[in-house]
Design a protein around this ligand. Structure first.
Ligand code: ATP
Ligand code: MG
Length: 190
């Protein structure tokens, strides 16, 4: 870092004195969105902060992360019911499941006892139009001031990006599944 850049950085750091609950979005086509959110859960738990996790689509979290997280006293974990697979072609059933998960998420977002709430793959649910984005934005706006919320999933809606404080878009540069035909491996994908 040059002398000038360091001075600029120090100035910004001195000015950044505020704390607030952040709305964080991890989106994009590359791998790393859910695991980034789980990394934050790990940090929060390390500070003994109570955390809520709602999984909107069945994925790796259903087995590995769920096993670890639901054993922790600081974590409230909600996984969606068995019916939700994306293979059922049962739009009504999937919507009902999404609404049920949203009910749990809503409670967690408004609960002042939880410091961090992760809404895993909510973006994908919104993309499918299974939940009402305006309702979600309204609840997020009502959350306690120090509450952090992380939303993951491809195709984050523009209005959510607009409302967020921190947005990272993960770009795929290489992925071994597409480029080398390597299958999903334990510890990496699930
Ligand atoms: P992770 O849970 O590993 O952090 P993610 O949340 O960013 O991944 P999702 O969009 O939830 O990714 O996709 C779920 C699965 O699809 C992951 O196992 C991931 O490795 C895989 N995946 C992600 N990006 C790609 C890609 N560009 N091509 C093929 N598979 C991918
Ligand atoms: Mg994911």
């Amino acid at each position: 870092m040059t002398e000038r850049r360091r001075a600029g950085y120090e100035k910004k750091k001195a000015r950044a004195t505020r704390e607030k609950g952040l709305l964080i979005v991890y989106t994009g086509e590359g791998k790393g969105k859910t695991t980034a959110a789980m990394g934050m859960v790990l940090r929060a738990v390390g500070h003994d902060m109570p955390v809520g996790v709602v999984q909107f689509i069945k994925g790796a979290m259903d087995s590995a992360e769920r096993r670890v997280l639901s054993a922790l006293p600081q974590v409230r974990f909600h996984a969606i019911g068995d019916g939700f697979t994306w293979l059922t072609q049962d739009r009504e059933g999937d919507m009902a499941t999404a609404r049920e998960a949203w009910g749990v998420a809503r409670e967690m977002i408004l609960d002042p006892d939880l410091a961090l709430v992760v809404l895993d793959e909510l973006n994908v649910i919104l993309k499918y139009g299974y939940l009402d984005l305006d309702e979600i934005l309204a609840v997020l706006a009502e959350r306690p001031p120090m509450k952090h919320v992380v939303v993951t999933g491809r195709h984050a809606p523009a209005a959510l990006v607009e409302a967020a404080d921190l947005v990272s878009e993960i770009r795929r540069v290489k992925h071994p599944f597409k480029e080398q035909g390597v299958k999903a491996q334990a510890g990496i994908e699930f």
